[in-house]
Design a protein around this ligand. Structure first.
Ligand code: DQA
Length: 155
């Protein structure tokens, strides 16, 4: 049984009321509920945290070092300038999937640059909440492959 850490950065607690033309009307509670259901179905542990504070996200990434196989993160605006978040992800060396609800490349120029992307396994951008669910499936694939490798090593 593996573990996935799901992190939502600043302002994502406002989903549902925040710029619905860009982010849709779904709330973070609804997204998290769906992710919980997927985790139960796949029998994988998940921890979900939303924070508006950079340090809280850093602490969660540091804690993950001990027990987490994959991190899924929507860093919100931190995406574009938080070297601290980038260094934390690089530091724990846990495969990380970067998710954005909106297509960051189709918006203001400053959103086209992610300081997280170079240390992420990959990025999903522009598919709304479906991006989180796709990231979850990708994370499951990573965990299953890791377990297969362990089995091969044991044989
Ligand atoms: C976002 C895109 C960011 O540019 C923005 O600051 C957010 C949300 C997204 O999910 O599309 O807060 O990460």
């Amino acid at each position: 049984m593996g573990k996935i850490l799901i992190l939502h950065g600043p302002n994502l607690n406002l989903l549902g009321i925040r710029e619905p033309e860009t982010y849709g009307r779904i709330t973070l509670t609804e997204i998290n509920h769906q992710l919980q259901k997927m985790a139960e179905h796949h029998r994988v542990n998940i921890e979900i945290l939303q924070s508006n504070h950079e340090g809280d996200l850093l602490d969660a990434i540091h804690r993950a070092f001990h027990d987490t196989d994959v991190i899924i993160i929507n860093p919100g605006a931190f995406t574009h300038y938080s070297y601290a978040l980038r260094d934390a992800i690089a530091g724990v060396n846990i495969p990380t999937i970067e998710v954005h609800l909106s297509n960051v490349y189709a918006r203001e120029a400053f959103r086209s640059h992610s300081v997280i992307a170079p240390v992420a396994a990959g990025q999903i951008s522009g598919f709304g909440e479906q991006g989180y669910y796709a990231a979850f499936e990708l994370a499951m694939g990573m965990i299953e492959r890791k377990m297969d490798e362990w089995d091969v090593k044991k044989d």
